[in-house]
Unconditional design. Structure first.
Length: 596
């Protein structure tokens, strides 16, 4: 089938069996691929009868119809399952080459169920699929694992957990060449299955419906994106550090302060350790940074904006080499930097206000101490000492010290480093996301800075005005859900007509721009249905109280999100019942979901 391989690998680790199944054509027509198709596949697995870390909990690696093609900025894949942090829907997106290699091996995705008796890894080629022993790999860091597997099987793309995933840290991620599917703790789900890694080798060409038209358009769009995103290419996501400070959108001291000198951690500071750029498969921009560190002979992946904020402004560490060192450690351990910075920031904050004693933590918890943070990351990853308490995530730790009212999370997932008081629409973005607080769910902060799609009713406006933000969040959310089904990166400003043409030229369809919100809303709504099956309650669509209070001594001191009015507007737009959280029958019929 054009664009798709029409094949999904199912690996049952309990039975030590693998088989390739064909996804239903109706699923592909409705959801295309990516997280949308993953939601449709996993809908049938969603039940509260099992724990997210039980053998029956599924884990799905999924590509999209553009993955592996020459479409620019399509070198990504998504990992989906049930999050051990939230107990609800979990998804995590990651770049690199792994998704493309899956397609080259003739697969659209890999569904893993069951639990192996002993550590194992999946070796996937075009000719065969093997469940191999990983006992010699257990305990290795992510880079050690990738190197060892490549020495064993040759050139391949590897997705692996580190010690954090093995030890079931609830915010463990899945690493691929320094890029991480970090959020929602799906590395712990992988570890619970005794699955160390997936190693993929492929060389099959991807069939396209109109190959000449596709390649010609892909080449044209690639040149345009490279030209229009020169700053992102030169500076990477660190370009936002200075601008974020200007907007009070760089959370400081666990979202409590307004001022911090970022001169030593911004894009200019990155130049001092920068040795090269890194691009995902088929990306003309190359926003990834390669940096040199004293702890590594080889260049390593540099910190992205979220990590600079997590360990920099959030923990008051004002030295970029130190932040890069912490980022590299998290990558080696296989752990989410956003949640790591969040739970450590919370612990330090609770120490300072007298809710957590030094005796209880076993540490002198201080702001700005990079060695302390390094030691805590090691403790968390190996579940040693105080790190064991932090490893279960912010909610369980906050409950343990009777401080849940001060923990910054939504549904159990730590708040990322965009302040909803700086861009009030982010309040609803965080509150309604199926996976919990996720800035990529609906990046209305970018819309406020003139990233507009007027064809979809996505227009810029006053970042501090609550009016219309509920509907705007829904519109942007639908667009991003479409992007996450086709699987294209969120960073480039993609001309919609070109994006739709690339999709049509790839799979031979006849979609229009008007289909984008419909396809996206279908995925968003299905994830809501999954969460309802998993025990979700509408009261979980909320923000922690500290983020609904003014940020003192800031230019946004008068700005507090009116979350309730935004949510009312959001629910009305969706045609979801506000009291029960359930989509109306009319909404389901409009999306052809009334029959599932």
């Amino acid at each position: 089938m054009n664009g798709h391989c029409d094949r999904i690998l199912v690996a049952d680790l309990t039975k030590k069996m693998t088989q390739v199944v064909k996804p239903r054509r109706s699923f592909l027509d409705q959801f295309l691929g990516g997280s949308g198709l993953a939601a449709r596949i996993l809908y049938d697995f969603s039940t509260t009868s099992s724990d997210p870390l039980s053998p029956s909990s599924p884990l799905l690696f999924m590509t999209g119809p553009l993955t592996g093609t020459s479409a620019p900025c399509s070198g990504r894949h998504v990992v989906c399952g049930r999050s051990p942090l939230t107990g609800l829907w979990g998804e995590s997106h990651v770049g690199g080459r792994f998704g493309a290699e899956l397609k080259f091996a003739g697969l659209d995705g890999v569904l893993v169920i069951g639990q192996s008796e002993n550590p194992c890894y999946l070796h996937i080629t075009e000719q065969q699929i093997e469940i191999r022993s990983a006992e010699s790999l257990w305990g290795m860091t992510t880079s050690e694992t990738q190197q060892s597997i490549r020495e064993e099987v040759g050139r391949c793309e590897v997705a692996t957990i580190g010690p954090a995933g093995e030890n079931l840290v609830h915010f463990a991620g899945i690493n691929h060449d320094g890029r991480v599917a970090a959020r929602c703790g799906l590395g712990a789900v992988m570890g619970s299955k005794n699955l160390k890694a997936l190693a993929v080798q492929g060389s099959q060409p991807i069939l396209l419906a109109y190959p000449h038209k596709f390649k010609e358009l892909a080449r044209k769009v690639g040149k345009s994106l490279r030209r229009n995103h020169e700053m992102l290419s030169k500076q990477g996501t660190a370009m936002y550090v200075t601008r974020g400070m200007l907007h009070n959108d760089m959370p400081i001291r666990y979202f409590q302060d307004a001022e911090f000198d970022v001169d030593r951690i911004n894009a200019d500071a990155m130049k001092d350790i920068l040795v090269g750029r890194n691009a995902c498969y088929s990306c003309p921009i190359g926003c990834g940074r390669k940096v040199e560190l004293a702890v590594s002979e080889d260049a390593v992946m540099g910190p992205e904006f979220q990590t600079i904020a997590a360990f920099g402004t959030n923990l008051l560490i004002d030295n970029l080499p130190d932040i890069a060192r912490l980022n590299h450690l998290c990558n080696e351990m296989g752990i989410d930097t956003i949640s790591t910075g969040g739970v450590i920031g919370f612990a330090i904050s609770m120490t300072k206000c007298g809710r957590l004693s030094s005796k209880a933590s076993g540490h002198n918890l201080q702001w700005g101490d990079s060695q302390l943070v390094y030691d805590l990351i090691v403790e968390i990853s190996h579940r040693r000492g105080f790190g064991d308490s932090l490893a279960n995530g912010i909610v369980q730790f906050a409950q343990k010290i009777d401080s849940l009212d001060q923990a910054l999370h939504v549904k159990g997932l730590d708040i990322p480093y965009h302040d909803p008081r700086a861009f009030v629409g982010m309040a609803t973005t965080y509150a309604i996301a199926a996976r919990g607080a996720a800035h990529t769910e609906s990046d209305v902060f970018a819309v406020a800075m003139d990233v507009e799609y007027p064809e979809l009713g996505i227009n810029s406006g006053d970042r501090l005005d609550n009016t219309g933000k509920g509907e705007l969040v829904a519109r942007v959310q639908d667009f991003r859900a479409f992007c996450d089904s086709v699987i294209v990166c969120h960073f480039p400003i993609f001309p919609l007509a070109d994006l739709i043409d690339l999709l049509n030229f790839a799979i031979g369809s006849n979609y229009s721009i008007q289909d984008i919100p419909h396809i996206g809303a279908r995925g968003v709504t299905l994830k809501r249905l999954i969460n309802l099956r998993l025990g979700f309650k509408p009261k979980q669509d909320t923000l922690p109280k500290p983020l609904l209070q003014p940020l003192k001594d800031s230019i946004i001191e008068e700005s507090v999100p009116d979350l309730e009015s935004q949510l009312d507007e959001y629910y009305r737009y969706r045609k979801w019942d506000r009291a029960s959280g359930i989509p109306s029958l009319k909404a389901l019929k409009n999306l052809q979901l009334d029959g599932i």
